[in-house]
Design a protein around this ligand. Structure first.
Ligand code: MRU
Length: 363
C-alpha cells in the first residue's frame, strides 16, 4: 500500500484526448456534451439547457461512465436553477426536485447518487444566502466536483502506473478514459500516465458487447492519444491470455461495495475469472466517489437491465431474428477475491479487504 506517489511530468489538461463534458457560461449557462452514441463516426456536440435533456442523455448513454455521469448530474442541478427567480427556499426545493429526478436516470453507478447528495448537502448549507449567491454557490460546487474528479484521475494514474512493468501489454474493457470521467480517466488514466512516463504500453481493447464502448470509444480515445492498441472481440481474451501475451488487466468500476466486490460493465467478471486462471494481475481503478460503503457486499449492488433491442440490433441493423427473447444486464459484479488490487486516488488497496478499503479511504 505504501508506494511512492510522486508527481510525474504529465501532459497539460489541454492535451486531454477529449473533454466529454463542460459547463459553458455562468449561472445561466448550459452543459455541453459530446454525444458518445455517435462516435466514432461523428463528433456531435449537444447543448443541454434543461434537466430533461440531460436525463435523456444519461439514460441513452450520450454521456456515460460512472464519474462523468456524476459530474453531469451535478451540473444538471444547476440547469434546474437556470433563470429561476424567487426565494432561496424555493431554490432549495428546486434542487431537491432535480436531484430526485436525475437519480432515476441510471441505477448502478454510485457516482450519480454521490454527486447529487453533494449538491443537496450544499443547497442545505446555503439556505441563508440570497437567491443569486445561492445559484453561484451551487454552480461552484458542481465545478468543484468536476475539478476534483480531474485530480483524482491524475492520482489514480500515478498510483496505477507504478504497478506496471517498463513494457506493458494490457487488456481493458469498456471505456474508462476521458470520455468517462472529468479528466484523463481511471483505468485508461493509468495507461496514459504510464505512456507519459516513457513506458512502452500496448492495449488490447475488448469490443464490449452489446454497445461497443471498447470498439467505438476506447479505440477512438487511445488513437487520439497515440497509444498503440489492438481491438479484440470479448470472446478472444482466453486465447490471448493463454498465449502469455498479457501483463495486466485494467478496468474501472461503477460501484464498489465495502468488501471490495466491484460492479463494472458486463463482461468484466469473465475477464477476472480468466485472469485468475492464467495468473494475470487484475486491477480495478476507481475514485473514492465510486465506493458505496453502505453496501456490505456486491450482492446488494443494483444492476441495470437495458432494452432487448440493444442486443437484437445495432444502429437499425438486425443482429438476430427480431423477436428472440433477450437478457441484457448492463453490469456484472467481480468478487473481491478475484481482484489483485484496487487503485484509487488515495492509494493502492491490496489485498482487497474490508479493512484495507476502510484504511485507505480513511473511513
Ligand atoms: O454503461 P456505461 O458505458 O456507462 O458503463 C461504463 C463502465 O462500465 C465503466 O467501466 C465504468 O463506469 C468506469 S468509467 C471510469
Amino acid at each position: 500500500m505504501n508506494i511512492s506517489n510522486a508527481p510525474v511530468s504529465f501532459p497539460p489538461l489541454e492535451a486531454l484526448p477529449v473533454e466529454a463534458l463542460s459547463w459553458v457560461g455562468g449561472v445561466d449557462g448550459f452543459l455541453r456534451l459530446l454525444d458518445q452514441t455517435r462516435l466514432p463516426d461523428l463528433e456531435d456536440w449537444i447543448n443541454c439547457f434543461t434537466v430533461e435533456t440531460l436525463w435523456e442523455a444519461i439514460r441513452s448513454l450520450r454521456i456515460r461512465g460512472a464519474p462523468a455521469i456524476g459530474i453531469a448530474a451535478a451540473y444538471g442541478v444547476c440547469l434546474q436553477l437556470r433563470g429561476k427567480e424567487g426565494s432561496t427556499a424555493k431554490l432549495v426545493s428546486e434542487v431537491h426536485q432535480a436531484a430526485t429526478y436525475l437519480a432515476t436516470a441510471r441505477p448502478t453507478a454510485v457516482n450519480l447518487f454521490w454527486a447529487l447528495d453533494r449538491m443537496r448537502h450544499c443547497a442545505a448549507g446555503c439556505s441563508l444566502l440570497s437567491p443569486e449567491q445561492f445559484r453561484v454557490r451551487l454552480l461552484e460546487e458542481a465545478l468543484t466536483i468536476h475539478r476534483e474528479d480531474r485530480a483524482m484521475c491524475e492520482a489514480i494514474g500515478r498510483w496505477g502506473a507504478s504497478l506496471l512493468p517498463e513494457e506493458a501489454t494490457i487488456i481493458t474493457h469498456c471505456n474508462t478514459g476521458a470520455l468517462a470521467t472529468g479528466g484523463i480517466g481511471t483505468a485508461l488514466g493509468v495507461v496514459y500516465t504510464a505512456a507519459a512516463q516513457g513506458r512502452k504500453v500496448h492495449v488490447y481493447v475488448d469490443e464490449t458487447r452489446p454497445l461497443l464502448q471498447g470498439a467505438r470509444l476506447t479505440v477512438w480515445e487511445l488513437t487520439r492519444w497515440g497509444i498503440p492498441c489492438t481491438l479484440i472481440c470479448d470472446g478472444m481474451v482466453a486465447t490471448l491470455m493463454a498465449r502469455g501475451k498479457i501483463d495486466a488487466v485494467l478496468v474501472g468500476a461503477d460501484r464498489i461495495a465495502a468488501n471490495g466486490d466491484s460492479a463494472n460493465k458486463i463482461g468484466t467478471y469473465a475477464l477476472a475469472v480468466l485472469a485468475r486462471y492464467h495468473q494475470v494481475p487484475f486491477y480495478v481503478a476507481a475514485p473514492s466517489s465510486s465506493f458505496d460503503l453502505t453496501l456490505a457486499s456486491g450482492n446488494q449492488i443494483p444492476i441495470e437491465e437495458r432494452s432487448a433491442d440493444e442486443i437484437r440490433s445495432f444502429r437499425g441493423v438486425n443482429l438476430a431474428p427480431p423477436h428472440v427473447p433477450v437478457w441484457n444486464p448492463a453490469f456484472d459484479v467481480t468478487p473481491a477475491s478475484l481482484i489483485t488490487a484496487i487503485i484509487c486516488e488515495k492509494g493502492i488497496i491490496r489485498p482487497v479487504s474490508r479493512e484495507n478499503i476502510a484504511l485507505v479511504l480513511g473511513q
